[in-house]
Design a protein around this ligand. Structure first.
Ligand code: NAP
Length: 484
């Protein structure tokens, strides 16, 4: 395979919360892979920071264990690991206190790219941003990376934006939505704007409807108390599904550059209609002989938090007038699947007799598993017996089509962290985008609260509540199957 890795500039990356779950499972293993690929220059350094007592040697052991646990065995090369660990150091500090900040100042260089990853709870963002300034650690071009959740509603997101804006300009703030770092999500843009084939058909005249599904088989076990304060609407729809919706629906930006792309996404969010009560179904999973119920996982006797939501959404603009977008996400579903399906209209006039089996084209873009896309086309069924039509998929599974290169594609976090170092914000959310997404979400949640809405129970490993199927049935449509 020809390596297309372009090394980044020398950098100091400080990971606040460098001993936390996200750092251990995603950030540090991802950085190891970038080191292994040769993307980091010799003087790139990574500094973990947290309150726990630890020295640099202890941190290297922690990181080595994380890499061994979360990077496939065949990629854990002792020489690469040694080189990677040599980049690491650790500073013990308290985000809300004074301890450790002068140590950090002594370590962070001013003449390289500075990136500060806030892998801590959002309540600490303000304290860290402030101390980076008061201690003179962050230079004028320093970048900060903030994790989800970005606010709990529009007011809290605004407050968070205001707090960060006191110390950093918008071009320095990288709000992560790791869905945007997925290979297929970027392929969605390549597909739409790099081909002549689809764009002329990508509108209400030719598209019957669009479905976006993000289904998980896991429940909320382990993070039940956090999740119970959030729910599927805040945890998934407001951010991940919203981003997928925007990239699917937006107008072509004039250039593939950060503000051009984000301007177009923002226009979509602002063009979303309020959602009618009848157009949303909420659900909460039951338990079974083998798995706990939502209430057991969330360790509560009663909760009206949804672990599933399905909805019909309209975009009020010229391109999409009359074409519904159906969104669906849930936990403890039949399969793990993230997919965007564009269902085209049937040909306006059929020259074939009835019952020949003709149906509409469908383009599906799979984010996981088996990243790839397929286009359902109608052909003649081979053989004798007259003109009978069948649907066949033109399938492009990236791993089949691109082989090793696809299998080796960087994980979303790897790509996004390297984008931070390069200073490219295209795949990060802008402050106004996040606030606009909350402005659309808030009234939906407030409506549930006002009405005392209770989610519908659904069986674990199913497709969600019956009512979610009806949401499409009543429009004469069907959800794409969730595969096991
Ligand atoms: P976590 O496992 O609880 O880790 C928190 C980290 O922050 C630890 O290293 C902790 O170390 C440090 N910390 C806590 N209080 C601190 C303080 N006052 N000063 C300095 N360091 C402090 O949390 P996480 O799961 O890694 O999540 C981190 C952030 O990422 C959160 O905002 C979360 O919502 C977001 N996120 C996580 C995931 C995930 O899969 N885990 C996914 C998406 C987003 P000490 O206690 O030793 O200080």
């Amino acid at each position: 395979m020809v390596s297309r890795v372009i090394p980044v500039d020398p950098f100091d990356l400080v990971i606040f919360g460098g001993t936390g779950d996200l750092a251990r499972r995603k950030i540090l293993p991802g950085l190891y892979r970038r080191h292994q690929d040769g993307q980091m220059p010799d003087d790139a350094r990574i500094i973990g920071a947290a309150r726990g007592e630890m020295d640099a040697e202890g941190y290297r052991v922690f990181v080595e264990n994380a890499v061994r646990e979360f990077v496939p065995k065949k990629k854990c090369d002792p020489k690469d690991l040694k080189g990677f660990l040599a980049r690491l150091s650790f500073v013990q500090l308290d985000a809300t206190g004074t301890q450790g900040w002068s140590d950090l100042k002594a370590v962070v260089r001013q003449d390289v790219v500075q990136a500060f990853y806030f892998s801590v709870g959002p309540s600490l963002f303000g304290a860290i941003a402030e101390r980076l300034h008061t201690h003179g650690i962050a230079g004028p071009e320093a970048r900060i990376v903030v994790e989800k959740p970005f606010g709990h509603d529009q007011a809290s997101a605004q407050a968070l934006n205001d707090t960060l804006a006191q110390h950093f300009a918008e071009h320095q703030i990288y709000r992560i939505d790791h869905y945007l770092g997925k290979e297929t999500v970027q392929n969605l843009m390549a597909l739409r704007f790099g081909n002549m084939l689809f764009e002329p058909l990508w509108n209400a005249q030719y598209v019957d409807h669009i479905q976006i599904t993000v289904a998980e088989t896991v429940g909320v076990e382990g993070r039940g108390s956090y999740y119970d304060r959030s729910g599927a609407m805040r945890d998934m729809v407001q951010n991940h599904l919203m981003q997928l919706l925007c990239l699917t629906a937006m107008e072509p930006p004039s250039k593939f550059e950060p503000n051009a792309v984000r301007d177009e996404k923002l226009k979509i969010i602002r063009a979303l209609d309020p959602v009618a009560t009848d157009d949303i179904v909420r659900g909460q999973y039951r338990g079974s002989n083998t798995v706990a119920s939502y209430l057991e996982d969330a360790e509560t006797d009663a909760s009206t938090t949804e672990s599933f939501v399905a909805m019909k959404v309209h975009i009020s603009n010229w391109r999409w007038n009359g074409t519904p977008f159906y969104l669906r996400t849930g936990k403890r579903m039949r399969g793990r699947m993230s997919e965007i399906v564009v269902r085209f209209k049937e040909p306006p006039h059929s020259i074939f007799e009835e019952d020949t089996g003709q149906s509409a084209n469908e383009l599906s873009i799979r984010l996981q598993p088996n990243e790839g896309m397929d286009l359902k086309v109608t052909i003649k069924e081979p053989g004798l017996g007259g003109m009978r039509l069948i649907d066949v998929p033109l399938d492009m599974t990236f791993a089949d089509a691109l082989g090793e290169e696809a299998a080796d594609a960087p994980d979303a976090y790897e790509r996004l962290i390297m984008d931070v170092i390069r200073g490219n914000q295209t795949l990060f959310m802008r402050g106004d985008e996040v606030e606009a997404a909350w402005a659309w979400t808030d009234p939906i949640i407030a409506g549930w609260e006002d009405r005392g809405d209770r989610p519908k129970p659904y069986d674990p490993f199913s497709t969600g509540p019956e009512e979610a199927l009806m949401l499409l049935h009543k429009d004469g449509r069907r959800w794409r199957e969730i595969r096991e």
